[in-house]
Design a protein around this ligand. Structure first.
Ligand code: GAP
Length: 515
């Protein structure tokens, strides 16, 4: 446990030290669960957003993008169900005065059972060596089966209590499991209450004429209310999708774990409009397609898993998460939701407008069903960043801190380093920068010994370093250093652009998605 906490602390410290993420308004001691992206963070975040956008919108001819406003007519949130049902169950500890999400306390308890299973697996693996059969072990080991069954029983009871709004039973569950305040160990709990997560605000200059608004808690509703505008103006035929990225706001009861759960965050969502009855087929399709997108980044297949929802959101008939192994365990990274015609149907009811699709083949109109993929951009950032941060021991015994980002996402693709600050080397290096900057994000660094400069670039994840030395002036070649292997090759300057592009260019990476 201490080890994972240490690792996570390192992630947070590294993000700050190297200009990725700063606490918001830090000179005033910060604002809880709000963060700013620095000069490297903004590039990494933009690259993740672009990789998502281009995979979604550019590679699918039946998906288009929009950018809806954050402010929406307040009835939107009545129709979407957020005014009545976008609640989290909260519980206070009477001794520590700390506030928690009651469901998260129970889920954390079950996560500990999962950890016990992982420990049993590790022990058995050690004992049986090569002969170890994971599937058989998970299906037959009595201890594993007991933990699994216990976890399932707890989660289904929690889901049932939440679905029926039986908050007394949620509290009873916490007491029966003897769950204590994680910070103080106290078990002196209040009753469980519902808490609406939307931030309210007002629009308009005078108090009488002002209107109560909400900051959007998801970007999806901006897509639903524009369904007909896009369908008609784009002459879209079902099935088709509308994609959007943008800020969302939630007054989270407990916002913690750095940028994992924030009060202001960014989502990348896609609503896919389909014929009723085809939702299972599209649910399976988007589960696989989204997983393939994740795997294309090379963070390791073993770090992902699907987690079907026990408690379905108020709009869904099937839903699952793609979970990622964060430094604090497997947690939700992305949601795939079969939303039926709940949203369009309700917007029809509340607005009095028809939001239907006329199918020219069957000559019938219907309210489309919707398959949604929804991922948090900040959470994806954390997944990539925490996975990439590594301490490597070199053959020489030295260590280096390496941010092993997928090349396509690295904030800076190449750094150009003159070996010395004289003899015309800086001028030659500037020439190279001035050519490559039209293709890539390029850094120039002439300060300190070259070894230290390499380390600085390793720590921000730059895939390539180009070193300009005296030989460069004679034969127009440079050394090209590869971040991961630290290998150096001598290469002619005119070849640089093509060699680097092959590795870092987003077009190449998108091709690997295989569509
Ligand atoms: N439109 C559906 C929707 O919003 P969600 O599961 O509530 O579904 C989707 O959110 C994704 O948004 C999550 O999988 C997560 O990646 C991200 N997300 C949700 N709340 C967040 C928060 N407070 N901070 C950061 N990311 C969040």
């Amino acid at each position: 446990m201490a080890k994972t906490e240490d690792l996570f602390k390192k992630v947070i410290a590294h993000a700050k030290e190297y200009g990725f993420i700063f606490p918001s308004s830090e000179i005033y001691d910060g604002l809880s669960a709000v963060y700013d992206y620095g000069q490297n963070g903004v590039e990494l975040k933009k690259n993740i957003r672009d990789y998502w956008w281009r995979a979604m919108v550019q590679l699918n001819e039946n998906i288009v993008g929009i950018d809806a406003a954050i402010f929406m007519h307040p009835t939107t949130w009545k129709a979407s169900g957020h005014v009545d049902a976008f609640n989290d169950p909260l519980i206070d500890n009477k001794d520590s005065k700390k506030r928690y999400r009651a469901d998260v306390l129970v889920e954390d308890y079950v996560a500990k059972l999962d950890e016990k299973i992982e420990k049993e697996v590790a022990k058995a693996q050690k004992r049986f060596g090569e002969a170890f059969d994971l599937e058989q072990f998970l299906a037959t080991n009595p201890r594993v089966l007991e933990y699994k069954q216990r976890g399932q029983e707890i989660l289904s009871r929690l889901a049932k209590s939440l679905e029926t709004d039986n908050l007394a039973d949620v509290k009873a569950l916490i007491e029966e499991l003897e769950i204590a305040d994680p910070e103080t160990g106290s078990r002196n709990w209040t009753d469980v209450k519902q808490f609406n997560l939307m931030f309210g605000t007002k629009i308009g200059a005078s108090a009488d004429a002002s209107m109560d608004l909400y900051l959007r808690p998801e970007t999806a509703q901006g897509i639903f209310v524009n369904f007909l505008n896009v369908q008609k103006s784009g002459r879209m035929k079902i099935p088709f999708g509308i994609a959007q990225t943008g800020k969302a706001f939630r007054n989270e009861i407990v916002a913690r774990q750095f940028i994992f759960r924030m009060r202001e965050f960014e989502q990348m969502e896609m609503q896919f409009f389909i014929k009723p009855g085809t939702q299972q087929q599209w649910y399976d399709y988007w589960k696989q397609t989204r997983l393939a997108w994740h795997l294309s980044l090379g963070l390791g297949e073993e770090n992902y898993r699907f987690h079907p929802h026990e408690k379905l959101a108020h709009y869904a008939d099937a839903a699952c998460d793609i979970e990622f192994r964060f430094p604090f365990g497997f947690k939700e990274l992305e949601g795939i939701h079969s939303r039926t015609n709940f949203d369009l149907g309700n917007h029809e009811k509340y607005s009095g407008r028809k939001l239907q699709y006329f199918d020219p083949e069957t000559n019938e109109s219907y309210t489309p069903y919707v398959l949604e993929t929804s991922i948090g951009l900040d959470r994806m950032f954390l997944a990539i960043f925490s996975n990439a941060l590594q301490e490597e021991t070199l053959e020489s015994g030295d260590t280096r801190t390496l941010l092993k980002l997928p090349f396509v996402l690295a904030p800076t693709k190449v750094a150009v380093l003159p070996l010395l600050k004289r003899d015309g080397l800086p001028e030659k290096a500037e020439e190279i920068v001035n050519e490559l900057k039209y293709y890539f994000t390029v850094a120039y660094d002439e300060k300190d010994a070259v070894g230290r400069r390499y380390r600085r670039q390793d720590a921000v994840g730059t895939p390539f370093c180009i070193t300009v030395d005296h030989q460069t002036l004679e034969d127009n070649t440079v050394t090209l250093r590869h971040r991961d292997t630290m290998e150096q090759q001598r290469i002619a300057i005119p070849e640089l652009q093509a060699v680097i592009a092959k590795e870092v260019d987003m077009n190449q990476w998108l091709r690997r998605l295989g569509r």
